[in-house]
Design a protein around this ligand. Sequence first.
Ligand SMILES: Nc1nc2c(c(=O)[nH]1)N(C=O)[C@@H](CNc1ccc(C(=O)N[C@@H](CCC(=O)O)C(=O)O)cc1)CN2
Ligand SMILES: Nc1ncnc2c1ncn2[C@@H]1O[C@H](COP(=O)(O)OP(=O)(O)OP(=O)(O)O)[C@@H](O)[C@H]1O
Length: 196
Amino acid sequence: MFNNIVRAYIRMIRCSLTFQEQFVASQLITNRIITIKRVFNSKRIAVFFSFDGEISTTFLIRTLLSMRKKIYLPVLSTNLKSKCLLFAQYTLSTSLIFNRFNIYEPQYSMDAVIPIEDLDVVFVPLVAFDSRGYRLGMGGGFYDSTLKHWKKNQDHYIPIGIGYDFQKVPHELLSVKKWDIFLPEIITPSNHFVFR
Ligand SMILES: Nc1nc2c(c(=O)[nH]1)N(C=O)[C@@H](CNc1ccc(C(=O)N[C@@H](CCC(=O)O)C(=O)O)cc1)CN2
Ligand SMILES: Nc1ncnc2c1ncn2[C@@H]1O[C@H](COP(=O)(O)OP(=O)(O)OP(=O)(O)O)[C@@H](O)[C@H]1O
């Protein structure tokens, strides 16, 4: 019921952060992420390029690359009806282009695309989340569709939400839809929430 209000409110707040606030948060979240054993032991990690005031992932991506991790970024399907994201490899020499939402994505060839099951960690953008691990996104349903086959207790990739601390909202404010994915873990500059 309040999803659209929460989405608009949090998008407004995150777009009003100063450069300094964004910078400090991106360093803190990167330092927290790289000390997580699951991440440290991963080889193939999906991140995303931030837009719309999302917590900046530039430092995270650079740090993970320097740790010799293979990094993949989401690309929208050319089929406008498909909401499933593809993940294409990103290196420092990959050309980037804007997609239809003005988000950078790799200019990829099919051999750079990895099946989602072959990823170890998928970092997931979010607008808001609650104390149960439910996530409110931008409203396109892309991550919900892409991650819909993910199941707890299965030994494949793990989706991990990342965002600012203020994006956590009381659960009464988020109405969960039947297709909404649950995030087993969410990382912010000050916290590592585990919801399993
Ligand atoms: N950094 C990042 N990449 C991402 C996502 C994300 O949330 N963050 N996505 C997560 O799914 C996908 C893109 N989803 C999006 C869904 C809606 C809008 C959006 O701006 N909607 C506008 C109206 C856009 C229009 O139709 O022109 C709006 O709501 O104001 C943007 C991205 C894939 N890549
Ligand atoms: N697994 C699914 N099955 C059917 N419809 C879905 C599924 N996932 C998403 N959708 C559709 O996507 C639309 C947007 O969903 P929702 O508002 O939950 O997106 P969101 O999680 O905020 O966005 P995103 O995942 O792109 O960040 C819904 O109206 C729904 O029709």
